[in-house]
Structures are given as C-alpha cells and as structure tokens.
Design a binder for this molecule. Structure first.
Ligand code: 13P
Length: 249
C-alpha cells in the first residue's frame, strides 16, 4: 500500500514569523496512513526542522545542486539540505524548468544527487497549455518521465508530481478524467520501466490550484496518492482541510 502524501511547496514565500503555521500541521501529522511534508524556502529549513522534530511533520526543500560539494556559489547540495533537516527535495518544478532552463537531464542529475544524499526526490512533470491543446500531453509527460528519473529510483525514494503548468497558480484545474488519464499513464510507464513492484509503489501527486474546495474530488481519482500544493499550503487554515480530505479519501 502506498502512503498518502500531502506536500506543501512554499516557493519563495515565508519568513521566520510564518513558522507558527507549522505547529497546527504538526498536530495533524500523527496519522499512520498520511504523510505531511512542508517545503519552505531554504532559509527556513533548519528552523522548521527543529520546530517539527518529533511531531511526524516532515520538512523538505525545493531544489538542490547536481554536485555533492564544490565551487558553486549560491547553490545548495543535497547533503547540506539533509544536514539542515530535510528529508525530501522537490526537483524539476516547472518554475525551475522555465526560469532556470533546467532540462530533464539536469533534473535527473539532481535527483541522483538527492538519492545519494538520502533524500527522497519529488520530481515534477507537466505540460503547457499549448502542448495540451496540441494533444501532446502524454508525449511531453512520457518524455519528461523517461528523462528526469534516475535508474536508482524506488518507491521509497521517488515521488512524482503531475503539475500541468497552466493549472499552477491560476485557479484552473484539469477535469478528473484528464488527471486520471495522466496518472494512469504515469503508473503504466513506471511499471514498464521499473517492474510492477517498484512501479506500483511510487507515489503520484497531483499539483496545480489544489484548494480546500476541490481536494476531495481530486483525491477520488485513481492513482492520485496525494497533492503538491502551492498557495493553499502557506496557511494551516487552508492546508488542514486538504490534509483531512486526503486522509478520508
Ligand atoms: P498552486 O497550488 O499555487 O497552484 O501551486 C502548485 C505548485 O506549483 C506546487 O508545486
């Protein structure tokens, strides 16, 4: 059985004063079936981890470098994130693929670095609106999946997040059928590449305008094991109902 995962991506939001939001989430993080992960900006990982210690609330990061150490001014290695208390790292988010021109090859190298440092990799995939309208969604997703995932991935160290670019921060959400089509496709591709055991154990998250009002129906879709939430993860009052919807799904 795959454990459900409610993951929050704070992106470039949050100061020390916002860490109080974690306390309410920590209280909710004791259920055996659902993991709760918050990925704050790098500046808050160490203090967030200290605050969440012993509660079951997991803390993650939003990016890492491909190398374990070295002359890379301003970058952060996977080992450093782990040292700061992170247990996972988001990789290949569309905001990084676009703004930092990260190719799937770079994402795979980062994922490899993350796994070697003992972090779980949450690898993001997603099509643009133009690609969906041209009916290229599965080709794009299949290519990103093949290119971004290292061979050493397992159900323990890999999570995939399907985030259609046009749904991020827009309030637009794909139909349940569209989400289901992509998630079933991802599951089939993972089983084909890694075998049924590993392929069935990798968790698949949906991300893009997940809110308290739409979470329950999204979690009814087959092969949706949780969500990667941006805006609605910043406040516990918004994220808690999403967590509850996942727990009761
Ligand atoms: P929103 O939930 O704000 O649409 O962001 C989704 C996202 O990009 C999570 O990584």
């Amino acid at each position: 059985m795959r454990r459900k995962l409610a993951a929050g991506n704070w992106k470039m939001n949050g100061l020390s004063a916002d860490l109080g939001e974690l306390d309410a989430l920590a209280g909710a993080a004791s259920g055996p079936d659902t993991e709760i992960l918050i990925c704050p900006p790098a500046t808050l990982i160490a203090t967030a981890s200290a605050r969440a210690k012993g509660t079951g609330l997991l803390i993650g990061a939003q990016d890492c470098h491909t190398n374990a150490s070295g002359a890379h001014t301003g970058d952060i290695s996977a080992a450093q994130l782990r040292d700061a208390g992170a247990s996972a790292v988001i990789l290949g988010h569309s905001e990084r693929r676009e703004a930092h021109e990260e190719s799937s090859e770079i994402v795979r190298a980062k994922a490899r670095a993350a796994l070697e440092a003992g972090l779980a990799a949450i690898v993001c995939l997603g099509e643009s609106l133009a690609q969906r309208e041209a009916q290229n969604t599965l080709d794009i997703i299949g290519g990103q999946l093949a290119g971004s995932i290292p061979d050493s991935a397992t159900g323990q160290n890999l999570v995939i997040a399907y985030e259609p670019i046009w749904a991020i921060g827009t309030g637009k959400v794909p139909t349940l059928a569209q989400i289901g089509e992509v998630h079933d496709f991802l599951r089939a591709r993972l089983e084909r590449r890694f075998g049924a055991g590993v392929g069935r154990s990798v968790r698949l998250l949906y991300g893009g305008s997940v809110k308290p009002g739409n979470a329950s129906e999204i979690f009814t879709v087959s092969n949706v094991d949780g969500a990667l939430v941006g805006g609605a993860s910043l406040k516990a009052a918004d994220f808690l109902p999403i967590i509850e919807a996942l727990e009761t799904a």
